[in-house]
Ligand binder design. Structure first.
Ligand code: SAM
Length: 244
């Protein structure tokens, strides 16, 4: 016990890199990784970690664990209980029984598909797929996903046992569909990304205000939509660079 008391209670970790993500604002980001394969981006390593040796062998793995800081959820006061969207936003559970960004140590953990390990022109970065992270998220560590240890077929998932159902049926107006077609020329997959992000119904739990406009910042654009019952309409795609 005395030995434990002598251990430090505070630790200083360095950022090893930054996430470059299609998600330029928190609203609309999937609540877990892997839900939207079109949500692609990079993990860009920063000096002194931007050396090819540091990622040698990583290309053998299909997935990685990424440990990061919820840098836009850092608060001085934390709460022991949170209200997860999966429980309708009105039931409280312990923060350690949740994946809430608001936690005593704002550290997050996401498993991502690793598409490519890139070392070019003095830069080292990982191309990743299935992001649930905001552009600019600070990264603390990267580890390979090891199926024999990390995949547990007999695990039970409590209140989040099944993936969330896509709750909104999304259509595009002719105007929005034409804009998407143009964007597809330089950003293939944009239309599907926009559709899936809106289909996830990112509105706060129980918020159902017919006709209310919402904007989701994806890449260089703002996807503007509204919902009516189980249906959503994407009616405009505007240039938009909002970060955070
Ligand atoms: N998979 C991670 C985990 O379990 O630790 C993250 C789960 S958390 C529920 C995912 C949400 O965190 C996203 O929907 C987004 O709203 C939020 N988020 C993502 N990046 C963030 C950041 N850098 N700072 C604050 N919140 C962030």
């Amino acid at each position: 016990m005395a030995e434990i008391e002598r251990q430090p209670e505070e630790f200083l970790f360095r950022r090893i890199g930054v996430v470059r993500s299609v998600f330029k604002a928190k609203f609309g980001i999937p609540r877990q990784p892997g839900l939207i394969p079109e949500a692609v981006g990079q993990i860009v390593l920063q000096p002194p970690y931007n050396q090819p040796n540091i990622v040698r062998g990583l290309e053998q793995f299909s997935h990685i664990w990424v440990l990061f800081v919820f840098h836009l959820a850092m608060r001085d006061n934390w709460k022991a209980t949170v209200r997860p969207p999966r429980l309708g936003g009105d039931k409280r559970i312990g923060v350690f029984a949740s994946r809430s960004p608001f936690r005593p140590n704002p550290v997050g953990l996401s498993v991502l598909r690793l598409q490519e390990v890139c070392c070019r022109n003095g830069k080292v970065w990982l191309e990743v797929q299935g992001l649930d992270l905001l552009d600019g998220t600070p990264v603390l560590d990267i580890k390979p996903y090891i199926p024999y240890a990390d995949s547990l077929p007999d695990a039970s998932g409590g209140f989040a046992d099944a993936p969330p159902e896509q709750t909104l049926q999304v259509t595009f107006t002719e105007h929005a569909a034409a804009l998407c077609q143009t964007i597809e020329r330089h950003s293939p997959g944009f239309t599907e990304l926009a559709r899936k992000v809106v289909a996830e119904n990112p509105r706060p739990a129980y918020q159902d205000i017919p006709g209310r406009e919402y904007g989701i910042f994806l890449g260089d654009y703002e996807v503007v939509w509204k919902a009516d019952g189980p249906a959503a309409t994407i009616f405009d795609i505007r240039p938009g660079e909002k970060t955070h």
